[in-house]
Design a protein around this ligand. Sequence first.
Ligand code: GUN
Length: 283
Amino acid sequence: MPHLLLSGRPVADALLESLKADIKKLDPKLVVVQVGDDPASASYIKQKLKSCESVGLRHEHKHLNEKTTLDELMSMIGELNADEDVTGFIVQLPLPKALQSHVPEVIRAIDPKKDIDGFGAYNIGKMFLSVEFEHLPPATPSGVIEMLKFYKIPIEGKHAVIVGRSNIVGKPLAIMLLNRGATVTVCNSKTKNLAEITRQADILCSAVGSPKMITKDMVKAGAVVIDIGVSRVDGKLCGDVDFDAVSEVASAITPVPGGVGPMTVASLIRNCVTAKKRQMSAE
Ligand code: GUN
């Protein structure tokens, strides 16, 4: 089947372009906090800062060492919450091993108005209400929705199957698709007869991080396939979807890299602009 390649770059570029005027006018500032030296995080952060640069968004990278204590990290979060010049900030995940069990506490410490990752309970909770309350949605699911919109792929009435139930991607994506009228099934590593379920999908989204786990036999002919998983195989980025085989049956499919990835960064920058607007109107 000839498929539509859902490239993220033109979508991200269009979104970034649309934000430039507000960035110039409102002059927001984005801060990225990195703890330790996880190589994947370093690469993501580089992309985030490069995109900030490209749209003229003020930004700062606060890099703390691997041995940073919870108290030290919390104190930095306190300072960023209090700093009126900082519009929004993120604490890049994963944290080093010693801090990993404290992620919920760390996220909770971020002022919801500055939580541009949209990971905190306040912003996630509001998303449950309706599209109108998706003020600071997590960047990756938000990027997926933007991509579907750009390529005019309808959501309402479709069966969306999501593989992966993380707080960062799977769960918020499920809510955003529900808000837009999809019938949503969320699968996880314990799901029985996974292929039977994925074969029912009109829109199949995979966010697991297991290379090529979505094989051709798991995809209905004509399905839209969104690959959100990223892993490294022999130093190369690889998605969850066996792209070559699945593209023979899908009607539209995202590549990895170059699919959802660029959208994630653009959505984060949009959240920073939204945060600034909302802070100014004190909503
Ligand atoms: N690690 C992987 N993706 C993300 C993200 O979107 N935000 C943060 N803070 N950490 C991540």
